[in-house]
Design a protein around this ligand. Structure first.
Ligand code: ADQ
Length: 655
């Protein structure tokens, strides 16, 4: 028997014994290890046994194997083992793959009865009901992995958009399902109040040297364990400056390639050198690399580590949130990236003639996202629709052929949302609460918002909202173009966003032009975004392309009906209203329009406004159906687990 102290397995303290009754559960209900422990066994003494001892090397091995030729002997042997287990209390079995590598742990019940006994008897009663609800619906984790997210932003530590949201909540969901999860991102210090978000992350006193950009750079690691996740922050002076993670009022930082090259090198070292909770993640981990900022990770694994026998069992999964940003820089910068010179081809990128700036421009460049697409073991985008769109000329931003060639490893998984942060029945950022059973608080949120922004307080007036980056992607030009016509109607319109100065100025000017109807809040403000989501009746999203989109999901959760361009994740997540379906009661959660024209957008908005004004019960149906949609991360996490499993089964990328 191999006995491991639990501190080697988890960074939580386990001291006292627990009754066997609490620990008995069915194989089919097997929980992820970390999750199970956190939830139910805070005070359990555990012993680890080799799975060989328990019979079949995996799952609940050894508890019933009918294939034995000597059934009686085996039964006696089994009884002995059970007696022993009962004496020792709850035990852990090690799951090994054929090569002998440990791939997970499972709990071995101390008795032969597989009946599920509520393991929540050892948790406080007020959390019990909630936990049971989650438990019932949750498909169980089959194999647990060591997962390393690499990302330029992760909420609440840093957020400029949807990437921060996803990298702030998906890791917690996966950790809750039993995986060991680390998130590596830069330790930004902007010299503003947001810096306090990093106050809990402590210096690990671990320095490493990174060789890139013609010299040696020293980076430090800071760490905070929270929500079951190891949040690791790479520290370097280039992350300490005013602005946001990518730029300031003068535009994008000129050294972003350097800053994110550092991040990638540091992220590759983190699982090898950081003793988190007492021991490192090690070489057998799965890197989930997000967008171009983390795109050098798969290239480094393939070029710098694997040829020297390191990370042979690791795999990388590229998560594309937005193909429009690829990290393209002049070809001459390749030598700065710290990659072997023969790997130039992986990143090589030649702009088409029409995109070159002058006659002598050869169009030669390096494209970090392209390198990641070439070398990643699998690729995921944030919706099924977008997974298809990026393989087309229109949506592929020049990478459609490459992405098509990798179609066999490309999947789309729609994002979920953090339903605790975005919950209209308990959201602390809104003044009044409501739910699908009692919607009365919504109109109070609406009048409170009108009051806060100095609009006439008119509960009956349709209130339209927009939240997002003021960017070509979001169809902001179309909104600007359509606003004069929209303002002819008896509606109010509130916009929140920052980005292109042209549109920031237009929003300010529109406030003066449409004094009683329009408000444009220029800036990034999370509390206001919650109040707009709660207070508006309609959320407008005319995105030119939208890999997934989160605001329409938040809107549906807050009974705000989305009107969206039928593209990417918007088409996948908003069901177009059909008044004739459902026995005449209607079906759907919003309006989708296509193609993207001003006329189509206005027509869809007018349909929504008409329905709001004249068909109250239909409108309530739309609100309730939206609120009742399953928008949790759980279903996405199950799909991610499948991708993780596929990634581990396939051999890694080799040049
Ligand atoms: N001014 C402001 N003030 C406060 N909050 C603001 C804000 N502007 C935006 N936000 C918030 O930032 C997030 C934006 O998320 P989105 O998914 O809509 O877009 P984004 O294009 O950033 O994300 C990319 O990545 C995500 C995640 O995968 C994909 O859903 C998306 O399609 C893709 O373009 C939301 O939480 C929103 O509320």
């Amino acid at each position: 028997m191999e006995s491991l102290t639990l501190s080697r397995v988890l960074s939580c303290k386990i001291s006292t014994n627990i009754s066997r009754k609490v620990c008995s559960f069915m194989p089919s209900k097997q929980l992820g290890f970390g999750h199970f422990l956190r939830r139910s066994f805070k005070n359990v003494k555990l012993t680890v046994v080799r799975s060989e001892e328990s019979g079949n090397g995996g799952g609940f091995g050894g508890l019933a194997d009918g294939s034995s030729s000597n059934a009686v002997e085996e039964e006696e042997e089994e009884e002995k083992k059970e007696d022993e287990r009962e004496k020792r209390g709850l035990m852990l079995g090690i799951d090994r793959e054929d090569s002998g590598s440990v791939i997970g742990l499972h709990l071995i019940p101390p008795s032969g009865d597989y009946e599920v006994i509520d393991s929540h008897e050892c948790v406080t009663t007020d959390t019990k009901e909630k936990d049971e609800e989650i438990e019932e619906e949750k498909p169980q984790t089959r194999i647990t992995y060591d997962i390393v997210f690499v990302t330029a932003e992760a909420a609440p530590y840093s957020k400029t958009g949807g990437l921060g949201d996803v990298c702030g909540s998906l890791p917690i969901t996966l950790a809750g399902r039993g995986h060991r999860v680390m998130v590596v991102s830069p330790r930004y210090l902007h010299g503003n109040p947001a810096d306090k978000n990093l106050a809990g992350a402590l210096d690990m006193d671990q320095r490493i040297k990174i060789y890139c950009f013609g010299g040696e750079q020293e980076v430090a690691f800071f760490h905070e364990y929270w929500g079951g996740v190891d949040w690791v922050f790479v520290d370097h002076p280039s992350y300490h400056r005013p602005g946001n993670p990518y730029g300031d009022c003068h535009g994008a930082f000129g050294d972003n390639q350097f800053r994110f090259t550092l991040l990638c090198h540091a992220a590759c070292e983190a699982p090898l050198v950081l003793p988190l909770g007492g021991y490192t993640y090690g070489e057998k981990c799965l890197f989930l690399v997000n967008d171009w900022h983390a795109g050098l990770v798969p290239v480094l694994l393939a070029s710098k580590y694997r040829p020297f026998g390191v990370y042979k069992d690791a795999r990388s999964i590229l998560l594309i949130h937005n193909l429009a940003h690829q990290g393209v820089e002049p070809a001459a910068t390749f030598k700065n990236l710290g990659l072997p010179s023969e790997w130039y081809g992986a990143l090589e990128w030649v702009f088409p003639t029409w995109a070159r700036t002058h006659a002598l421009d050869t169009g030669e460049a390096v494209n970090i996202l392209k390198g990641a697409i070439v070398t990643a073991d699998r690729i995921v985008t944030v919706s099924k629709g977008y997974a298809w769109e990026i393989t087309t000329v229109e949506g592929g931003y020049g990478l459609h052929e490459l992405l098509s060639s990798r179609r066999s490893v490309l999947n789309g998984i729609a994002n979920g949302i953090d339903i605790t942060e975005w919950d209209p029945s308990s959201d602390e950022l809104i003044g009044f609460h409501y739910s699908a059973d009692d919607l009365s608080g919504k109109v109070q949120c609406k009048t409170a918002l009108q009051k806060e922004l100095g609009l006439p307080i008119r509960p009956e007036c349709p209130l339209i909202g927009f939240i997002g980056r003021l960017d070509y992607q979001k169809g902001i030009d179309l909104i600007r173009w359509a606003t004069p016509e929209l303002m002819e109607d008896d509606v109010q319109f509130i916009m929140l966003g920052s980005g292109d100065p042209l549109y920031e100025d237009w929003m300010r000017a529109a406030e003066t032009t449409y004094r009683d109807k329009f408000r444009g809040w220029v800036g990034f403000n999370i509390p206001i975004s919650h109040r707009i989501t709660a207070g508006c009746d309609i959320l407008l999203m005319p995105s030119r392309f939208e890999p997934c989109g989160l605001n329409q999901l938040y809107a549906m959760r807050y009974a705000t009906v989305p009107v969206v361009h039928a593209t990417g994740g918007l088409r996948d997540t908003v069901e177009n209203f059909n008044p004739y379906a459902g026995g005449g009661n209607g079906e759907g959660t919003g309006w989708t329009f296509s193609p993207l024209t001003k006329e189509n957008m206005l027509e869809a908005l007018r349909m929504a406004i008409l329905t709001y004004r004249e068909h109250k019960s239909t409108w309530e149906g739309l609100m309730r159906r939206g609120m009742q949609r399953d928008l949790t991360w759980e279903s996405a996490a199950v799909q991610y687990e499948q991708v993780l499993e596929w990634a581990s089964i396939d051999p890694p990328y080799i040049m």
